[in-house]
Design a protein around this ligand. Structure first.
Ligand code: SF4
Length: 325
């Protein structure tokens, strides 16, 4: 399959500063060596607990954070050290929809100004052209064109998320990162936004990275799923396979928090206990070992590498050794 985005060995480290003079006292490895392809026209679901590095990776991909190491290729071209004109083209082609669209909308401006902001920055068209384009995009996301001159507080949470999607779409992107776009919404409204994104993906041949802590949402939208734990990828698999036969104990534990109808799958679940450790001082060996019911001495010493296992890739000594206890 043809990869739109090739992510190779991406790492993102932040300094930890302390004291009066804010001296660097250590580093946090927020994203550790992420490698994955996202195929054109598909959705990669990215799942993990809060603090696992999902949003940091999204910000690296959209250019808000420079990576500490690694390479990203978009449409076959490297984007991190690209020439300025290529960077601008890529920035248009990669857009992001945030969890809380309200915070990214200026309450003093009618929404058409916020939606058209990206085009204004690129000096594309006069006011009447922008107005017409905003009307078209509002219709595409299921809002009436006459909503354009209303203010953010006049919309419901679901409508504001449609405005967030409209802001991304007006740039005519190929790739959209959806960072927890439904987690602030009621369940009934969540389904409407998920269906909207699926329809837009089909109509516009969009490629999506869909980030969520909720596996039920990921199951609804993803073709392939990547599971992250403490900054690292622990499992990547086709969605159907991941939900039917999860390999990594952490993936199985996440599924334990997700209602599943099939009683056979319920029997194989593992209950997740304890908190996510601090990324400033991660456990040695496998970072999941303090919470893992399958951990042994090797797990406490040696960090597992992501290795292929059929159509999946998984980082776990127990899976490699064929251990189930
Ligand atoms: Fe558990 Fe060991 Fe696998 Fe880590 S490597 S997930 S501790 S069995």
């Amino acid at each position: 399959m043809n990869a739109l985005l090739e992510i190779r060995g991406i790492k993102k480290t932040f300094p930890v500063r302390k004291g009066l003079f804010q001296r660097v006292k250590g580093h946090v490895n927020a994203v550790r060596d992420v490698t994955v392809d996202i195929e054109r026209g598909t959705t990669l679901g990215l799942v993990g607990e809060s603090g696992c590095g999902k949003s940091t990776l999204a910000k690296v991909l959209v250019g808000l954070y420079p990576p500490s190491e690694g390479e990203i290729r978009f449409n076959g071209k490297p984007i991190i050290r690209a020439e300025a004109t290529e960077r601008i083209d890529t920035a248009r082609s990669i857009q992001i929809v945030f969890q809380d669209p309200y915070s990214s909308l200026d309450p003093r401006l009618p929404i058409w100004r916020s939606i058209a902001e990206g085009l204004s920055i690129h000096h594309e068209g006069d006011a009447s052209t922008l107005w017409r384009r905003v009307g078209e995009i509002l219709e595409l996301v299921g809002l009436p064109p006459n909503a354009a001159d209303r203010y953010p507080h006049e919309f419901s949470g679901g409508q504001r998320q449609r405005i967030g999607v409209a802001r991304a779409l007006i740039m005519d992107p190929e790739f959209i990162i959806c960072d927890e776009p439904t987690s602030a919404l009621d369940v009934s409204v969540q389904a409407q936004i998920l269906n909207l994104l699926k329809r837009l993906q089909e109509e516009l041949n969009l490629t999506l990275l869909f980030i969520s802590h909720n596996l039920s949402v990921i199951r609804h939208v993803a073709d392939k799923v990547m599971v992250m734990y403490l900054g690292a990828v622990v499992e990547i698999a086709p969605a159907r396979q991941l939900f039917n036969a999860p390999l990594h104990p952490y993936t199985r534990a996440l599924l334990s928090a997700t209602p599943i109808a099939d009683p056979k799958l319920r029997g194989r679940r593992i209950k997740l206990e304890g908190e996510l450790p601090s990324p400033i001082n991660p456990p040695p060996g496998c970072t999941f070992h303090p919470r893992c019911p399958l951990a042994n001495d090797r797990c406490k010493r040696e960090e597992p590498r992501l290795k292929p296992k059929g159509d999946a890739s998984v980082a776990c000594h127990a899976v490699e050794e064929g251990r189930t206890e």
